[in-house]
Design a protein around this ligand. Sequence first.
Ligand SMILES: [Zn+2]
Length: 328
Amino acid sequence: MKVLKVFFICLCFSSLLKAQKPLPLNYNSSDVISELKRHLSVLAHDSLEGRETGFPGIEKAARYIESQFLQMGITPLPALKEYRQHYKTPYQNQNACNVMGVIEGSDLKNEYIVLSAHYDHLGKDGDIVYNGADDDGSGTVAVLTLAKTFKTLQNLGYGPRRSILFVLFSGEEKGLWGSDYFSKHQPVSFSKISCDLNIDMIGRVDTERHQSDTLNYIYVVGHNRISSELEPELERINKLQNPITLDYKFDDPADPQRIFYRSDHYNFARLGVPVLFFYDGMLLGDYHKPTDEIELIQWDVYAKRTNLIFRMALECANRNQKLKRDLK
Ligand SMILES: [Zn+2]
């Protein structure tokens, strides 16, 4: 079969695929980067007014995500009948929604893996727009890019064994509202979710890292909670191709930033779903400032991290067993 010019190379490393032919995809970082740029230039544009939950700008972001799902052939969850899960915001009772779509699995379709990010940000302050290119434009765009890759694979006859749910939460910046609602009104029972891979800020580098030899990294949070199988799987997959440094420092229980509790994966972990949270550590610098702009995204490392998350998601979707839930 012809090698398609799409996003990711897939070595045949998953347990299922090992017995089959290699996936017909070629990794080409410039293609990945142009796809990431295409989406982020829309979502981090001033016209979306900082994507604040409950305000008009975020509606444009929601419509964009829906339009992309529709174009890709990603379908709504049968339980929702549309891409949106509506909720009312606490305190002001404004309309808000999470946006999600699914690729149905093959022989294990009643089990799920979730790929998540939040599409809301801080809004604007007078004329100053908080575009949140990294936070969390980068995660939202990574989820869209992964959705397209998995759908392309499925169309070629290489669909995932488990169903994959792509979820973009709102209300995260306000206090994880969207994922809290999702966890309390589960459109897919959490008992059927093998894991949530949550992406919140993967397009920049933290201010402690200056030299090129230290920039090839990702912080991974949650690896040693809930499932003892996550860390060895991630380490193994990372080593197979273009390895990057997996830095677990934010999983220190003494982490003063309490990063583990600060993004949407927490609402899965709290209920016992294994999670991995992928994060760039951009806490100083431009974090929650109007300077979190697309011009400062570091595309090479962003594409590399997206590729790692893709390969981990592929493994989680296709491995024989759901991830064990064996840790406190
Ligand atoms: Zn965020």
